[in-house]
Design a protein around this ligand. Structure first.
Ligand code: NAP
Length: 344
C-alpha cells in the first residue's frame, strides 16, 4: 500500500472540515485506492504551527479541537515549533499540501507565495483559495508542470461540485464559448429573502446569522466575489488571462426593494448574473443584476443555491446546480482533488 504524507496550511473552517472528512473516509480510500495517509504538520496564523517527525495523530488533534476550538496547537506536542509558513512548507516533508488560508482578492498573496514554495519543493498543492488561481493560475500551473506535481483547486468555485475536474478529466478537446451563472450565494440569498418580505438590512442580517455573509458584506453585495469566480472560470476554462479588476462589475446595492418584489409579482426575478462570452478572439466578462424570466434555468435558483451553465462548441448547454454549500462541501472538493492526485 502506498502512503502519502499530507500537511495543512490554514486550519479554520475548511481545514478542520477536511480533516474530519479524511478521517471519516480513511478506510474507503484504503479499500478503493490502496492508499493510506498520515499528517506531517498543521500551520495556522494565531493557533500554532506544528511539525511532526513521526506521524501526527490527527484523530487525537480533532478530538482536542472539539473540546477546545481555540486550542493552541503548539501545546499538543513537546516539540519545538516554528512560526513562519514558508519554513513550515520547507520542513513539513509532505507529499500533498492543503492550502486553506484566507482569500486576498487584490493580489492572491501571501497564498501565491506559499503555493510557489510548495510546488518548487516537489509538493502537490490542493487549495480552496480563489486568490492564487485568479491571480497566478498560468504561472502556478507552469511551476507545477516543471516540478512534476499537481496544482488543483476544485473547491474554489461552487465548492464540491465538479467543474475543473469535469473539464480536465471528462470533457477533452472542448471549447467553452459561454459561461453564465449565479455564483454568489450571499447575494442570491439576500434577493430571495427580499422577495419574501425582508428589508435589505434584514436580509443581510439573516445571511450573517447563518454564517454565509461576512461582517462586512460589501465584497458580495458589490459583486467582487462573483467577479473573482467568473474571472477564474474564464481564465482556466477559456484560456485567457482576466483579473477580477478587469471584470465589468455591478453589484446589487442599487436595486430597490420594490423593484425586486414587483419583478417577482410579474413572474420575473432579479439575479446577480456572472457571464463570460467568447466572440472571435475576445472574451467579455461581466457581473451585473439581470431580470430573468421563468424560461431561464437561473430563475429557479433560490437562497444559497448556485448554478453555472456552460455553452461549448460540441455539447450545447450543460448546467451544474449546487444546493446547501458549506465548509463540508468545500472540504469534499479538496478531498476529491487529493484522490485525483493519488490515483494518477
Ligand atoms: N468556508 C467556506 O465554506 C469556503 C468555501 C469556498 C472557499 N473557501 C476558501 O477557503 C479558504 C479557507 O476558508 P476558511 O473558511 O477555512 O477560513 P478561516 O476559517 O478563516 O481559516 C483560515 C485559516 O488560515 C490561517 N491563516 C491565516 N493567515 C495565515 C497565514 N498567513 N499563514 C498561515 N495560516 C494562516 C488561519 O489561522 P488562525 O486559525 O490562527 O486564524 C486559519 O487557520 C479561504 O481562502 C476561503 O475563501 C471557503
Amino acid at each position: 500500500m502506498k502512503s502519502y504524507k499530507i500537511a495543512f496550511l490554514g486550519f479554520g473552517n475548511v481545514g478542520r472540515s477536511l480533516a474530519e472528512l479524511l478521517i471519516r473516509k480513511r478506510q474507503e480510500i484504503i479499500d478503493d485506492y490502496d492508499v493510506s495517509f498520515s499528517v506531517s504538520g498543521i500551520c495556522t496564523k494565531n493557533h500554532g504551527c506544528i511539525l511532526i517527525n513521526d506521524d501526527l495523530d490527527i484523530d487525537d488533534v480533532m478530538n482536542k479541537i472539539k473540546v477546545d476550538p481555540d486550542i493552541d496547537l503548539n501545546t499538543l506536542t513537546g516539540l519545538p515549533f516554528i512560526t513562519d509558513p514558508v519554513e513550515f512548507i520547507h520542513q513539513c516533508n509532505a507529499d500533498v499540501l492543503f492550502e486553506n488560508t484566507p482569500v486576498n482578492y487584490d493580489t492572491g498573496e501571501p497564498a501565491v507565495g506559499f503555493i510557489k514554495t510548495a510546488l518548487n519543493s516537489g509538493i502537490h498543492v490542493v487549495t480552496a483559495n480563489k486568490g492564487p488561481v485568479v491571480h497566478a493560475y498560468h504561472e502556478l500551473s507552469q511551476i507545477a508542470n516543471l516540478n512534476g506535481v499537481k496544482f488543483y483547486f476544485e473547491s474554489t468555485v461552487m465548492d464540491g461540485a465538479p467543474i475543473f475536474s469535469l473539464f480536465r478529466e471528462a470533457l477533452p478537446v472542448i471549447n467553452v464559448r459561454r459561461i453564465k451563472g449565479v455564483l454568489n450565494s450571499t447575494t442570491n440569498l439576500i434577493l430571495s429573502r427580499i422577495e419574501m418580505g425582508d428589508s435589505f438590512d434584514e436580509a443581510i442580517k439573516y445571511a450573517q446569522s447563518i454564517g454565509i455573509a461576512e461582517t462586512d458584506p460589501s465584497g458580495d453585495i458589490d459583486g467582487w466575489d462573483a467577479s473573482v469566480k467568473i474571472a477564474e472560470l474564464a481564465t482556466v476554462l477559456m484560456g485567457i488571462r482576466v483579473k477580477p479588476q478587469d471584470v465589468i462589475r455591478k453589484g446589487i446595492r442599487d436595486l430597490k426593494v420594490d423593484q425586486i418584489r414587483n419583478a417577482r409579482e410579474s413572474g420575473k426575478r432579479w439575479k446577480l448574473v456572472c457571464s463570460a462570452t467568447r466572440e472571435y478572439n475576445q472574451v467579455s466578462v461581466s457581473v451585473s443584476p439581470e431580470l430573468v424570466d421563468a424560461g431561464s434555468p437561473l430563475f429557479l435558483i433560490d437562497g444559497t443555491t448556485s448554478i453555472v451553465v456552460f455553452e461549448s462548441d460540441v455539447l450545447g448547454k450543460l448546467s451544474i446546480i449546487e444546493e446547501d454549500p458549506g465548509p463540508h462541501t468545500t472540504a469534499y472538493g479538496c478531498l476529491a482533488d487529493f484522490i485525483n492526485i493519488i490515483r494518477n
